[in-house]
Design a protein around this ligand. Structure first.
Ligand code: USQ
Length: 395
């Protein structure tokens, strides 16, 4: 299949380009390097060094024996998006070109508005360009498990049967997001659902849990092909942050009680699931929702797992509970379904502790790089909008 990846320079995008190519697909993509700029704005950089797109593309050609068509530009420009799709003629479009950070959207009014307008605009542009250029192509849009929030009910995959005043219907499950960013994904989901109805578009909306891990082993060890791994308070997700903290002897920053529950999956499982979604499109006019995670864990489980994995490297790790900078439920029910991807063939890669050890081994050579930006590990973005750093001494 010809697969166009919007946001191909990011953590997931650059890995997916290689995972799909290795499965025999023709991949192309676009990026405006926003992720690099946002992380720089947060005073940080990727723990794993990444090279320029020019060098990435050269290394890609050497390893996979083919060119990766790439369009550099801003997905907020409709002519740019339409031209890229016209030139590439995709069978599937994977939308990873959004700003993925809840804390970034909580900084102030500019950042909240930026995240929502960026995420809605890029989705709109892809939808309209697909309608114009590739109406039979399949849109795979990356959403988030965070769209559902933490209701006191089991969470189905997108839709549920409701009986109200003697009548029944199959309706979208209520979305109760917990940040301006997560709400941007809800609004995007609504637009994709409506567009698929309006234009007979085949669409898959992926409710993905929290991804962690460095690039999968099959990608080889050419450092030019490595994907980024962030650890700053806005673009680093919890497990990646904990591993970076562990390698420099920084306390693991557990927000609040640590009893919050979320769905998690390793990067290689995310790749497997996205590939399965691409390879098994729904029929035209269908808006399909897939909950994508390997298993639900409590956050303090991860702190314990990372501390244990770090111990195997002789690293002593302290787990520090910080005042929660976010507004979120800490004690809650959490039982989301995740059967559809299993039905499509998803087989979890398994041992999470082994995954953590691989990650720590890959990060250890970059400890000085992380230490050089360790200020970026401390959260000072609060959901209330005040910006004050959680105080505790750096080691
Ligand atoms: N947390 C900590 N310590 C940290 C960082 C985070 O305890 O140092 C806690 C947060 O309070 C939260 C949980 O860990 O309860 C997850 O936070 P996160 O920053 O790892 O992830 P989140 O903001 O939820 O967003 C991330 C991705 C987003 C994706 C989402 C999936 O950035 O793109 O949509 O995970 S989910 O969380 O299931 O909605």
């Amino acid at each position: 299949m010809r697969v166009f990846i919007a946001g191909i320079d990011g953590y997931l995008g650059w890995t997916l380009a290689q995972a799909l190519t290795a499965r025999g697909h023709e991949v192309g993509g676009a990026d405006g390097y926003f992720r690099r700029k946002w992380v720089d704005e947060m005073g940080s950089w990727s723990a794993i060094p990444i090279v320029s797109m020019k060098e990435r593309l050269e290394a890609f050609r050497e390893r996979y024996g083919k060119r990766l068509p790439f369009w550099e530009g801003d997905l907020r420009s409709y002519p740019f998006v339409e031209q890229a799709l016209r030139e590439f003629r995709p069978d599937a479009v994977v939308h990873l070109g959004e700003c993925p950070s809840a804390p970034y959207s909580a900084i102030d009014v500019e950042h909240a508005v930026f995240v929502q307008t960026n995420n809605l605009t890029t989705t709109f542009h892809l939808l309209f360009a697909m309608k114009a250029i590739a109406p039979e192509a399949h849109l795979v849009k990356l959403g988030t498990m965070g769209e559902y929030g933490t209701p006191n009910l089991d969470i189905p995959e997108g839709f549920f049967e409701v009986e109200y005043r003697g009548r029944k219907d199959r309706l979208p499950f209520p979305r109760q997001a917990g940040s301006w960013y997560h709400w941007s994904k809800v609004h995007g989901s609504n637009n994709v659902m409506f567009a698929s109805k309006l234009w007979d578009l085949a669409a898959t909306d992926i409710m993905q849990g929290i991804v962690f891990g460095t690039h999968p082993a099959e990608m080889g060890d050419d450092p030019r092909l490595a994907t980024r791994l962030d650890f700053d308070q806005a673009f680093g997700t919890i497990v990646n942050r904990f591993c970076c903290q562990a390698v420099i002897g920084h306390p693991l920053t557990l927000y609040g009680s640590g009893t919050q529950q979320r769905g998690f999956l390793p990067l290689q499982d995310s790749m497997q699931c996205l590939a399965l979604a691409v390879e098994n499109p729904p029929k035209r006019g269908e808006y399909r929702v897939l909950n994508q995670f390997q298993q639900v864990y409590r956050l303090d489980d991860w702190a314990g797992k990372v501390a244990k994995a770090a111990d195997a490297f002789g690293l002593k790790t302290e787990i520090r509970h910080l005042d929660n900078p976010r507004k979120e439920q800490e004690e809650h029910h959490y039982r989301p379904d995740h059967d559809e991807l299993t039905r499509l063939g998803y087989r979890p890669s398994g041992d999470m502790d082994a995954e953590l050890r691989t990650m720590l081994a890959r990060l250890l050579p970059h400890a000085e790089r992380i230490r050089g930006k360790s200020e970026a590990l401390l959260p000072d973005i609060r959901w209330t909008g005040d910006r004050s750093r959680v105080s505790y001494r750096l080691p």
